[in-house]
Design a protein around this ligand. Sequence first.
Ligand SMILES: [Zn+2]
Length: 85
Amino acid sequence: MTTARQPDPSVPGPQRRLLVWRDSSHFNQWQDKPCVLCDRPTPLRSHKGEAVHKVCAEDWNAAHPTEVRFVSDAEPKSRGKRDHA
Ligand SMILES: [Zn+2]
C-alpha cells in the first residue's frame, strides 16, 4: 500500500532546502504582517512581498516541490573581480 499520499506538513530530510534571504528587502522592520501560511505576525517578506516566515516558506517549498513561490536570493556572482587586494 504505497499509493496513499498523505500531506506531511513537516517534511524533514533532503527535500527541504533552506532559503537564503540575506537581502534587507526581505525584512520589513516597520511592519509586522500576518504570515500567509501560519497567520502569526512576521516582519519577513518574500520576493513577491508576501508576509511569510522563512521557515514557513521552507515548509511550503518542501510540501510543493514542483511549484516556485518562495525563492532564495540570487547568489552574487564574483564577476569583474579585477582588484586582487
Ligand atoms: Zn509563518
